[in-house]
Design a protein around this ligand. Sequence first.
Ligand SMILES: [Ca+2]
Ligand SMILES: [Ca+2]
Ligand SMILES: [Ca+2]
Length: 664
Amino acid sequence: MDKIRLPVLFLLVITYEMTAYAQNCGSSFGEATGEVVSPGFPGNYPANLNCSWTIEASQDLDVVVELTIEQFEVEYSESCLNDSLMVYDGASIDSPMLVSPSCGTKISWPAHPSTIRSTGREMTIVFTTNDAISAGGFRGTFKQVKPREDFFIVVDLNYGTIYRQERSSVKAEALPVFDLLVPIAVDVDPIERKVYFTDGASAIIGRIGIDGSNQETLIASNISVPFGITVDYVTRNVYWTDSGTNTISVARLDGTYRRILVDENLDTPRDIIVEPNGGYIYWSDIGSFPKIERSFGDGSYRTIIVSLGLGQPNGIALDETARKLYWADERLNRIERCSLDGSQRELLKAFGTDIIPVDVVIVEDGIYWTDWNTEGIDVADLNFQEDTVTFIVNGVPTRLLDLAYYSSIAALAPTRDCSLGRLNSGCDELCVLVPSGMKCLSVSPVFDMCPEDINISIKEPTVVEWRKPSVSSPSAVDVDVTSSHGSSSSTIVTPSSSSITVTYHALDIFGNSAHCSFSISVTYDNQAPRVIKCPDDITKELPPSQEKVIVVWEEPEVVDNSGDVSLIQQSNQSGSKFGLGETDVVYVWQDEAKNTAQCKFQIEITQGFEGTGKNGSPAAVVILSILVAGLLLVIIIGGIIWKRKREYRGTICSPVTNDDMTGM
Ligand SMILES: [Ca+2]
Ligand SMILES: [Ca+2]
Ligand SMILES: [Ca+2]
């Protein structure tokens, strides 16, 4: 080689390398889809790179850029200071970062799948390398997609904050929840886009829009430690566990129609999830005998599905597509899964002390959990074939507790039993799902009897009474009954009273209520009933040898202005027997106002004397015989007296002799 040719070759090499870098190291893309790779890919990337690619989505469509990192291998260094991939949410590096600077074998966030989405039309990717140590680089694909919301709701126990953590970027925002003390459990309703949360210190359940609007308190009484919560977005119900009262409850999403579903054999019920398409709810219990249970959506057919080899199953999650239940065991540092009936149990990962899994959710083919060792959110693929990646929310390690996920893609209101589209399937109160379909669930107290309206006619102040209504509770909780008339079940009305409404109000300890009301209408009536037909007096002879005779009369008739009159007294019945003499027959009627009317007539029974001869009655013959005998007796006695008087006079006229005296 001569002295001239050497520099030429050197220049050629330099030129070739510069051309290669110019082709691969940075550019602008306007295409709908494409690929971004590190220079030299799949070979090692060169030293001292500072490449920048800007991807711009179509201006005419409402689309954003979605980048998926398919392969990634970049020299690892602390804080990725040596070699690094950075993704920005805009056309330059002045825009906010979508992921933290990444190196090693995983980009910082998200890890599974490694999809990064811009919020606007543009995304900028920057790849820098230092002067030593190279690696295989990266390959990413991009496409234009409809913008979508895709985030986690995560509880920060240390700082009493609920974060909205984007899944496809590092963006995190604290939800502006007012008066939040100790947030514990969270879930999201994708239909109305609201976050449901519990506060362990103030013992309440509340909700707030995912945009931070319209905070409401839903449940604030008779609740102790609301440890877990889940929204059934189909039925529009919310379920929660209470590890203070050891109960599982349900209510409509606005907190109404609340009732307890399970209140036996619970120690420390913690996480709860609902499987709308199966009609089941699942919950974990982290008490002395840890277990995972399930029941129908109405709390019936409760079964323990996992109970052996559990430490503290703090979080449970459902993969509805694969029909698997996952749980995070905080004490045994494990993540396990099984079929929905508890069979086919698999230990997916035993972490040792590196990771303390707390709550868990499944998103597509990724499993995400909060970790009390790394104090971030960890992610892995569902089979734990790749390394776990940890992401620190908001850049500050902290104790993250409950974790929930929301995607606008899944936020389509379903049309099925109990759904909004089916108008609660005709249920008045709760509509819940069970494996066979839907079921209406009664909650509010029920008045077993409510008095009918009372219409009363009076002419003076009058006491009106009614039967006190009785009440029962379908969920067997205490019910307090109050009335517009206190404890009294009567009232005084006057002729000038207007209509009175009597109301009873039943309220159970959960605020479920029922009403019973009836009216008392008063009519003034001082018009007495009018007798329009009253029988004339009746005279009748007593037939010979009888002591009584049957007397029949036509029933009297009466009318009243009220149209309603009742017979309150009747001395005798037509068709009954009467003896010799006079009897007054009296009828008395009364209208509702107690005005009265009377009908009175006389019945006279006389003795009959007809026929003393052959046809005469035996009594007449006897009487006649007695009279004749009496007359004869008078004549005889009279004769005797006359004869005696004559004999007496003769005796007085004859003188008395001595013989007569001596003989004495
Ligand atoms: Ca390097
Ligand atoms: Ca949970
Ligand atoms: Ca009247």
